[in-house]
Structures are given as C-alpha cells and as structure tokens.
Design a protein around this ligand. Structure first.
Ligand SMILES: *Cc1c(COP(=O)(O)O)cnc(C)c1O
Length: 390
C-alpha cells in the first residue's frame, strides 16, 4: 500500500457513473458473453474509425491473437522497439517466431523508420525479413506510420500497432486505431492506461477475415456459425472447434466499465494536454529535456518522460532515489527489452541499440493522470527541483 501523500506516476479515474454501470451488469442476466462486450467493441471501433473491434482480457492477449491471425509462426521474425513493455515482443515468442528489435528515434522514443529501412535492407540480403513489425506509440505519441506502412509494402511485412498508450491520440489528424497504415491496432485498458476496464484490451481492424480469426482465437477456436463449420450442424446444441484458441474473453463487468469510461476519453486526454503545457512552464530552468512532439502527432500523453541533461549535477539514479524518497512515484518506461535476462540469453547485447541505451540512462516518467491536481503537479516539480540540485 502507498503512503497517504504518495503520488503515483499514473492512476485510474473511476466515476460514480462507471460504478453504476458495473453494478447494473451484476444485477443483469449476463456476467460474461452478454450485450456489453459487443457494445464496447462497437464504441471503440466507432471512436477510432475502425470496422471491427475484438475485446479481450488484456492487450497482451490481443497482441498474441493478432500475431496468430496474421499467420506468425515458427521460422518467422517479429520486430519491435526495445523501448516498450515486454508484451510487445513476447507475443512473437508465444507464436514460436523469433524476435528482433529496431532502435528508437531519440526525439520521439518510437521505433525509428530510418533504422527500420536500414535493417530491412540487410535482412533482405540475408533472407530474414520480418513477417510482422510492431510499432509502439510510446507515451501516446504515434509512430511515423506513413513511412512504416510504405516500407511494409516494399518489404512485404504486416503491421500491428501497439497502441496500448495511445487510445485518444491522433496521427495526421485521424484517430489512432483507424488502421489506415496497419493491419491491426491493439489497445490496453490496464488501470494506469488512458481508460480502464481493470484488466482488458482490444484489437481493432478493417479486415473481416482478421476480425473473424481473432474472434475465434479469443474463445477456444469455437464457432457456432454454420457458415464456418466443416459440415451441417448435428443439431441445435452443435458447435465446432476449428482452430486452437484460448480463453481470452473480456467479461461483461469489464466491458460495461470500458463503455462508461469511453464517454470520458476526450476529457481525459484534454486534461493530460493541459498538464503537459503546465509541466513545460513549471520545469523551465531545470536541467531536463521535456518531451518533443512531432507535427503529425496529437499524443494521448499516457506518460510524461523527462530526460536528465548532461549538465545535471546528480546522477540519474540519485534523482530517482531522491524523488522516491520524497513520495513521488516516478518510474522508468522502459528497461530496454533486449537487456532483460530472458532476451539477453538469445544473444542480445545492451549496446546493440545505442539510442535505446542512452534513453534508458537518462529518462524518468514523472506523474501524470487525469485526476492529478495542479497542486500535486507543483509538488512534483518542487521535489524534482530538489532532486536535481546539489
Ligand atoms: C501495458 C502495455 C501492454 C500490455 O497491456 P496489458 O493490457 O497489461 O496486457 C503492452 N504494450 C505496451 C506498450 C503497454 O504499455
């Protein structure tokens, strides 16, 4: 449990309306496999201008079934960014594929499209082109999707956008999730993310076949649709298992919470933008770089990452320890995935991805969330001022 005056880096906001929506489900006929899940899928798909939504119990599950639907398997490669949560890479390993990484753009912290092109050219010569690339919209700032999409056509790979941070963000004026530049986009509804279902995730796509595959895979590979059966139904009880799926279903409770949270999404993102503006002013004069934004990006600002400048008299670790001691729940998103022991044993070295290493050496996620007050923000900045001064 955290101390009463502890400020976390992120936190959910649950309204009375959210609570009522969940209670209503508890009093209804369905706790799972009822009307709330399709209603939530419809709301998210409509919001982000996608044709289909497939709700599941986490973004990790969504990434897994997205990879399977795209046919990723043994002998294939999945590439992603080292600066992400491990799930963006693990989904490749779940499918028996191999994983490799593409270094980040130091300005956006996103997978760098120039590095991607260089690596694709080498992989092409070696006959090791990736089947799937997973760009991660780090902190809510969309990746350079037009460039990545152009490369996908040239080199023949599929794209899954890991938009776990980025529901409510826009790229070139259009909502992240419209899949204009990708096959599938995945969202997370973990409580620290932009909106929450406690645990939960969703894959959105415009491709009916991918939506169908993901629908099957989230629920044991079972269908009740005669159209998809190998022969006519034996009777009214009949269903068929036609693929090896999982139980990755979202509950009605979660979907009702998500549906209610969706009504707050734009307000939540607007508040985050306001806090970002205030941080930029409050942090002026401190030896820190504040987040740079590409002109094509309207970030959802899931995270606010500052980077220690070389002139700072304190080490990264000292600043971190000082802030934690002052009850500020700073964090580091992320430890480069390729340096995790599980990945290091595949042969990755820390300095394989130079920009990611530099990022790791100087970045700090400082608190930001919808219910974060202006007074708390000043408290964080004061603590930071103390932490960076000698
Ligand atoms: C949170 C997160 C995930 C995993 O989300 P879950 O819903 O917790 O499974 C995957 N990728 C990124 C970038 C994340 O931040």
């Amino acid at each position: 449990m955290s101390a009463p005056n502890h400020i976390p880096y992120g936190r959910h906001a649950v309204s009375e309306a959210d609570i009522q929506a969940v209670v209503n489900v508890l009093r209804s006929d369905f706790l799972t496999q009822g009307p709330a899940v399709p209603a939530f899928e419809e709301a998210v798909a409509r919001y982000c201008h996608a044709q289909y939504g497939v709700a599941v119990n986490s973004a990790t599950s969504a990434l897994h079934i997205a990879c399977l639907a795209l046919g990723l398997g043994p002998g294939d490669w999945l590439w992603t960014s080292p600066i992400t949560f491990v799930a963006s890479a693990n989904c490749g390993l779940y499918c028996g594929a191999q994983v490799d990484f593409v270094d980040i753009d130091p300005r956006t912290f996103n997978l760098c499209s120039i590095e991607l092109e260089k690596k694709l050219e080498i992989a092409k010569q070696q006959g090791k082109l990736p089947k799937v690339v997973v760009p991660v919209h780090m902190c809510g700032q969309p990746c350079d999707m037009a460039a990545i999409h152009a490369l996908s056509i040239k080199y023949g790979f599929k794209i899954i956008e890991d938009a776990s941070h980025a529901i409510g963000a826009k790229y070139k004026g259009e909502p992240v999730g419209n899949c204009r530049y990708s096959d599938i986009t995945v969202f997370s509804f973990h409580p620290v993310k932009i909106i929450t279902t406690a645990e939960g995730g969703m894959a959105v796509t415009n491709d009916p076949e991918l939506a169908h595959q993901m629908n099957l895979l989230r629920s044991h590979g079972i269908t009740r649709d005669p159209q998809h059966m190998t022969h006519p139904a034996d009777g009214p009880w009949y269903y068929q298992q036609i693929a090896l799926g999982f139980n990755y279903r979202m509950t009605e409770l979660q979907a009702a919470l998500g549906l209610s949270q969706m009504t707050q999404l734009d307000t939540v993102v607007a508040r985050r933008h306001q806090l970002v503006k205030q941080y930029a002013n409050l942090l002026e004069g401190l030896p820190l770089d504040t987040p740079w934004q590409h002109l094509d990006s309207h970030s959802s600002f899931h995270l606010y990452v500052v980077q220690l400048q070389a002139t700072c008299q304190r080490t990264h670790k000292e600043v971190f320890e000082s802030l934690r001691a002052q009850q500020i729940g700073v964090n580091l998103h992320y430890i480069p995935v390729h340096t995790q022991p599980y990945y290091a044993k595949m042969g990755f070295k820390a300095n394989d991805f130079e920009q990611s290493q530099q990022y790791y050496a100087k970045s700090i996620s400082i608190p930001m969330y919808a219910s974060f007050s202006d007074a708390q923000q000043v408290q964080v900045v004061n603590a930071l001022r103390k932490a960076v001064s000698t």
